[in-house]
Design a protein around this ligand. Structure first.
Ligand SMILES: Cc1ncc(COP(=O)(O)O)c(C=O)c1O
Length: 392
């Protein structure tokens, strides 16, 4: 679907199944960034020059684009260098509102960017972090697993919309409802889910949403949305002259304004995409991917989520993920290896690291087939070499 709109995938001769690490950029993005930098509207905010007024408008337009992409109020949209930075700012702002004995619920499914800041905030406040546990086989997170950790002391529930390793997707509306039932703030990491599925913040009722434009076809810029009470009241650490509340309180100095036209381009693309066709296409490719991975001897898939994004994590028996990823790269197949910063999930899986192949809507069945053929070859090749060296 729309493959020809992704110059990076069409031209380079690589099979790109590394989308969960960072997607390819849609064709409207580079020109939009270039036009800003080559134009006459470069300035800082809040001045009276035409360029400054245009910069105010650009930032406003970017907030509106994200607001309409997420179906959320534009006034709550904040930009920052990455999701990791924004999540840390959020925890720094919420830490002073916590009391000793308060509880934060994190999950074993999450990327550490939505865990470590809460561990630090809890340590600072004398609060406790409780972990909602995933099913050790399917690596899915049930509503009950989160509900089990909630109490009248729970102040924050930090969860992911989808695992960036195995793709599993928790039942968000039900979990957010449970969080609200005990009066907790629900902080949602939507970094991995958004390129697979639009997020309707309005109907989800989340309190904070974190995302990263480079995962959904745009430039490297983080996005955070906060509900009106939070953006209107929460005061992040800041320099003294900066506003106390509102988006600019969080943005800490000049933003990379040149990236905003690119973010708008990516958000427009997200809203123009035929998501039904994209989801069907991803599901078809995922079937081929799972069947293929399961049929290669020596390859073990990690987790068996019933509800998930088109993402597969696996290991190859007796060979390090790094070695497999390197051998695949020699064949111009790009997949990812490592722990993906999903510290708790990898512990549950009993692994230091694994491999991950992810499909986005711009991938084709020939990408998946080329990957499977190459994986089969490198598995045989590396297993033979490992066995060989063992015999010597
Ligand atoms: C699920 C998830 N959350 C958070 C992050 C961190 O995002 P960023 O690179 O914008 O800090 C990632 C990055 O891979 C991710 O996959």
């Amino acid at each position: 679907v729309n493959r020809d709109r992704f110059p990076g995938i069409a031209s380079a001769g690589w099979v790109r199944l590394d989308g969960p690490a960072g997607s390819q950029v849609v064709d409207s993005v580079p020109g939009a960034i270039h036009d800003y930098l080559a134009g006459a509207d470069i300035a800082n905010l809040h001045g009276f020059s035409a360029a400054s007024i245009a910069t105010d408008r650009l930032l406003d337009d970017a907030r509106s684009s994200i607001g309409s992409m997420l179906n959320a109020e534009r006034e709550g949209v904040v930009f920052g260098s990455s999701m990791t930075v924004l999540a840390a700012h959020l925890a720094d702002a919420l830490a002073p509102t916590l009391n000793p004995g308060d509880e934060i619920v994190c999950t074993q499914l999450d990327h550490d960017a939505n865990v470590s800041p809460w561990l630090r905030a809890a340590a600072k406040a004398g609060a406790t972090v409780r972990f909602a546990e995933v099913d050790p086989v399917s690596l899915e997170l049930s509503v009950e697993a989160v509900a089990d950790q909630l109490s009248s002391r729970t102040r924050i529930v930090a969860l992911t919309a989808a695992s960036n390793v195995v793709g599993s997707k928790p039942d968000l509306p039900a979990i957010i409802q449970e969080a609200h039932r005990v009066g907790a703030v629900a902080v949602l990491d939507a970094v991995h889910s958004i390129p697979h599925e639009p997020l309707d913040v309005g109907s989800l009722d989340a309190d904070v949403v974190l995302a990263s434009a480079y995962k959904w076809f745009g430039p490297h810029l983080g996005v955070m949305w906060l509900r009106d009470e939070l953006i209107g009241q929460l005061s992040p650490p800041k320099v003294r002259p900066a506003p106390t509340v509102g988006p600019e309180a969080w943005e800490r100095g000049a933003l990379p304004f040149e990236l905003l036209p690119g973010v708008i381009g990516a958000a427009d693309y997200m809203q123009s995409l035929d998501w039904v066709a994209a989801a069907e296409h991803e599901a078809e490719l995922m079937q081929i991917l799972i069947k293929g991975v399961d049929s290669i001897e020596g390859v073990s898939r990690i987790g068996q989520p019933l509800r998930g994004t088109a993402t597969v994590a696996f290991t190859v028996h007796g060979v390090t993920p790094e070695d497999i990823a390197r051998r695949l790269a020699v064949r111009k197949i790009a997949i990812s290896h490592g722990n993906f910063y999903a510290v708790e999930l990898l512990k549950v899986a009993g692994l230091q690291s694994c491999l991950r192949a992810g499909v986005l809507h711009y991938n084709s069945s020939s990408d998946v087939e080329a990957f499977l053929n190459a994986l089969s070859d490198v598995t045989v090749e590396s297993t033979r070499q490992t066995t060989g060296s063992g015999e010597r």
